[in-house]
Write a protein that binds this ligand. Sequence first.
Ligand code: ZN
Length: 352
Amino acid sequence: MFIVDAHEDIAYNALHHNRDVRSSVAETRTREATVPPPEDGVLSGASELAMVGLPEHRQGGVGLIFATIFVPPGEPAAMTSDGFSQLQYYHNLAAENIGVRLVTSRDELARLRHDWQAASTPDARPVGMALLMEGADPLPNPSALEHWYGQGLRMLGTSWRGTRYAGGTREPGPLTDLGRALLAEMTRLNMILDISHMAEESFWEALAQFNGPVIASHSNCRIYVPTDRHLSDDMIRAITERDGVIGTVLANQFLVGGWEHSQPLPRLDAVVQHIDHICQLTGTSRHCAIGSDFDGGFGVASTPEELDSVADLSKIGDALKHSGYTEADIQGVLGGNWLRLLQEALPDEQTQ
Ligand SMILES: [Zn+2]
């Protein structure tokens, strides 16, 4: 089964925590046992065991990743520079001839799926990366987006914390004038809006203004985890009425309200609970998917018991099956729903 993981901070971890996605998870853990990764004070999860490596993606059937450009709050010029460094990192990775491809068009997506199916062994599978900017701070102004689009960026979220464009997690607020101009530029470029981390006031305003495709790359259900980081039932309905897709985040504190490390690890039924809630609200599984955020400020000590690395994502399918979901539902949640959305939202090759 071709699995899609809609949120991995690969470049951020490479540039800020000295992690190398080309290494296996076992290699990274062995190296970090003697040389712990540097911490930059924003995301401390690099002190936990890593879960992400290209070999595990291949073994676990993860054929496509939404690979993020994530820049913590800082000085404007430094954020722009960090963003470009992360963009360059992905281009370098794709140029290395190690089977990593940037996916920016329908044709590239179709070729990726074809070549992935045709691979003679899991180790020979290509790994696609579709670029997603998490928080628009690297953009000094909306007109900078066109260059990024030309460099392959197809998905953008305005916020992590609040940005100059919109309110964000724990920093509520509306869109700014710059934020409205950014959404207009996204419309012109036919980009995908990622509303994860967007403050609720900004969210409603953005949905009213922006008519393009809408996703939540990594957000859970507020009914189980009542913070502004997650989606109210009304927000879930609004995204799904736009035929958007919601990636369930696999961090324990986002799966179980109030979870702390002193408590036992949740099991995968906690993941199923969030997916099932969206299915019950909407009457279909077509809007549910995975956005693990593995190694995004947390590691294996903060994920459900059955998950040791990204190679274990298919176990979510087993848990869904146990709860009565059909094979078609499971294929959709593990990858098919993201693929459908991208197939509709990405440009043809010619329009790049
Ligand atoms: Zn995030």
